[in-house]
Design a binder for this molecule. Structure first.
Ligand SMILES: *[C@@H]1O[C@H](CO)[C@@H](O)[C@H](O)[C@H]1NC(C)=O
Ligand SMILES: *[C@@H]1O[C@H](CO)[C@@H](O)[C@H](O)[C@H]1NC(C)=O
Length: 361
């Protein structure tokens, strides 16, 4: 799929061949390649590392072929990708309870505009998926709270999506408790600044990055006093939501990383301060490319009266057109695109206002 396009210039195929060598190498010699640097890694992590390295190599090859020019901070939508896609990365450990709502969300989208990937905890039995979700589950592993497994799952989704389609340009991580607050076309136009193409564009990642939070010090020391040193100083440690929308450039950064992962994968000593997935992504991106991130998320979540690290869950009596309008409002210049958490039985009331409210922009 990746090498399907041909080129008329004789230089390009040669270049492509040369640049493809690392990719072939990864395909053909995984064991040789991995044994030297990673003897001590557990089997699970070896699989991941192999996947990430393959995705990085493929991305490098594609970059030079002009297939993924979009990640640069400033660019015009070049002719190389006429139809950039959004990769929707569903991260779940239960049924996709709002699948019918999402199905409607995607019903107006062209297949050239998006891809779907699902990471589903294999230790949980999930009902068969249909429609746009059919056969979209990627090779997944167990995910648990208070462990780095949710970081791994998100990285697995990012790498799989990067490998699968060079046109995947934005990567949106979504949970089974998330609902859309706008139509697909609204979201798509927003991300790609459609209608404003004449200007020099700057494409950012939408991820919450906060440095002032009362529990930050405890969370920094969750793996032991100063265990994060020297890789991460406390001044560099950030918190944010695990649900974000990243550019391809940042997705690549995330799967390339080994330095911070070495620390974030350590088990916590204090489970009550242990939310690795809320720190890893914001900390890394704020260390590597703070100006490339908006520091805001597109996913609304209600932390009022949160209990045990869980945000407010909405139940059917709360679902109304007014709620959707309220949840869209943000303190930044753009609207929220998604919201969580909703209980599964909100599906019916949400479906009832889908066309008249949620997908009406
Ligand atoms: C899809 O398009 C139709 C016709 O333009 C519109 O009535 C409907 O609300 C749209 N649905 C979604 C989910 O955007
Ligand atoms: C947030 O949750 C609280 C209950 O914890 C509720 O009273 C409030 O209405 C919610 N806010 C919004 C905007 O939904």
């Amino acid at each position: 799929m990746v090498f399907a396009t041909s080129s008329s210039s004789p230089v390009i195929p040669t270049l492509v061949l040369l640049l493809s060598l690392p990719v072939l190498f990864f395909f053909l010699a995984p064991h040789f390649l991995l044994t030297r640097q990673t003897v001590s890694l557990p089997r699970d992590e070896m699989d991941d590392l192999f996947l990430f390295q393959k995705a990085v190599a493929m991305d490098t090859a594609n970059y030079f072929r002009g297939l993924t020019r979009l990640p640069a901070a400033k660019y015009r939508l070049s002719s190389t990708i006429r139809r950039p896609k959004i990769a929707f990365l569903f991260l779940t450990n239960s049924d996709l309870q709002f699948a019918p709502l999402w199905e409607r969300f995607f019903s107006n989208a062209s297949v050239n505009q998006y891809n779907i990937y699902i990471h589903a905890d294999p230790f949980v039995k999930i009902s068969p998926l249909e429609g746009v979700f059919k056969d979209r589950i990627i090779p997944s592993k167990r995910t648990e709270r208070s462990s780095p497994s949710l970081i791994s799952a998100a990285r697995r989704l990012l790498a799989t999506a990067m490998l699968d389609d060079p046109a995947n340009t934005y990567f949106a991580v979504i949970s089974q408790h998330c609902i859309p607050l706008h139509s697909f076309s609204y979201f798509y136009s927003f991300l790609f600044n459609l209608g404003r193409l004449s200007r020099n564009l700057r494409f950012s990642s939408y991820i919450e990055i906060l440095d002032k939070e009362p529990t930050l010090w405890d969370r920094y020391n969750a793996r032991g006093e100063n265990a994060m040193l020297p890789e991460v100083n406390f001044e560099e440690f950030r918190v944010g939501s695990q649900f974000f929308v990243l550019t391809r450039k940042h997705a690549l950064m995330v799967i390339k990383d080994r330095k911070l992962w070495r620390k974030f994968k350590l088990p916590c000593l204090n489970e009550h301060s242990c939310y690795p997935e809320e720190h890893y992504f914001p900390t890394m991106l704020s260390m590597q490319d703070p100006s490339g991130c908006t520091h805001y998320t597109l996913t609304r979540v209600n932390w009022t009266n949160s209990v045990d690290g869980h945000p407010h869950t909405y139940y059917p009596p709360e679902v109304s057109p007014e709620l959707v309008h309220t949840l869209r409002k943000s303190s930044s210049s753009y609207s929220y695109m998604f919201a969580r958490k909703f209980s599964p039985d909100c599906l019916n009331p949400l479906m009832e206002i889908a066309e008249s409210v949620i997908f009406k922009d």
